[in-house]
Design a protein around this ligand. Structure first.
Ligand code: NAD
Length: 264
């Protein structure tokens, strides 16, 4: 459904969503665009396809290819967004990667990459975006953490450390902006069927000689009581809510959307 940008709740706002060429980031970008926000997309892969999907919703959009492991490129992306759209009102730190191995076999280079992209990039993007939000007296920062920001799974040392770090960082930023119109919150999804999770399903299928379908049922069954995947659209709707006035006193929250995973 295409919403008329002029009457939409986020009309006139600009959102930057990192890692929005696929998966959850693209779902959030679509939801924010449907709510009327202009979009700065980021990420690798099919940028033109993602851009076309957002522009079809009737808003202005641009893509910046910053590598989120490089602080100078993150700063350049924020400058690009400000120059193109005037400001970044909504920052969604979503780009992330996964690597699964026991600690003793975990390549040090993979540890560094997971921490850089999943955790440090969130710091660098907030550091670059907050001054203009303070100047304008309004802002929304939404950090995509994970259930792995509040609990752990074996084999995911770097990811769990990074996501716990994202939640701590979210709380600090929320306190530092508590007397302003800027809010900072974290969303903690359970399993969402995206390329990042498809890789883990394919690995499970290969390891245990299962069909991809059986591996997907097993993956969900091990952790997610609903036995259903969360969808990018559901996470997008939660992000839109966090941008509303109704959410203006939600500060430093860690919002779980996980099919009951962390209720166990
Ligand atoms: P995905 O692989 O579909 O998308 C990741 C996005 O990040 C892509 O756009 C990719 O191009 C981009 N990206 C990767 N490395 C980058 C880099 N160095 N610089 C810039 N962009 C980069 O993954 P997803 O499942 O949609 O994950 C998105 C976020 O949601 C991640 O932070 C992930 O940890 C989190 N998450 C995912 C799940 C899940 O089940 N899929 C659950 C909880 C949290």
């Amino acid at each position: 459904m295409t919403t008329s940008p002029s009457s939409a709740p986020l009309a006139g706002k600009t959102a930057l969503v990192t890692g929005s060429t696929s998966g959850i980031g693209l779902g959030i970008a679509k939801a924010l665009a449907q709510a009327g926000a202009n979009l700065v997309l980021n990420g690798f892969g099919d940028a033109a396809g993602a851009l076309a999907q957002i522009e079809a919703l009737g808003v202005r959009a641009a893509h910046h290819g910053a590598d989120m492991s490089r602080p100078a490129e993150i700063e350049a992306m924020l400058a690009f967004a400000a120059q193109r759209f005037g400001a970044v009102d909504i920052l969604v730190n979503n780009a992330g990667i996964q690597f699964v191995a026991p600690i003793e076999d975990f390549p040090a280079e993979r540890w560094d990459a997971v921490i850089a992209i999943n955790l440090s990039a969130t710091f660098h993007a907030m550091r670059a975006a907050l001054p203009a939000m303070r100047q304008r007296g309004w802002g929304r920062v939404i950090n995509i953490a994970s259930v792995h920001g509040v609990i752990a799974s074996a084999g995911k040392s770097a990811y769990v450390a990074a996501k716990h770090g994202v939640i701590g960082l979210t709380k600090v930023a929320a306190l530092e902006t508590a007397r302003t119109g800027i809010t900072v919150n974290a969303i903690c999804p359970g399993w969402v069927l995206t390329p990042l999770v498809q890789q883990q399903i394919d690995a499970l299928a290969a390891r245990e000689g299962l069909t991809v379908e059986a591996a997907s049922v097993k993956l969900l069954g091990e952790k997610q009581p609903s036995a259903q995947f969360v969808t990018p659209a559901q996470i997008g709707a939660l992000a839109v809510f966090l941008c509303s006035d109704a959410a203006s006193e939600m500060r430093g929250a860690e919002l779980k959307i996980d099919g009951g995973w962390t209720a166990q």
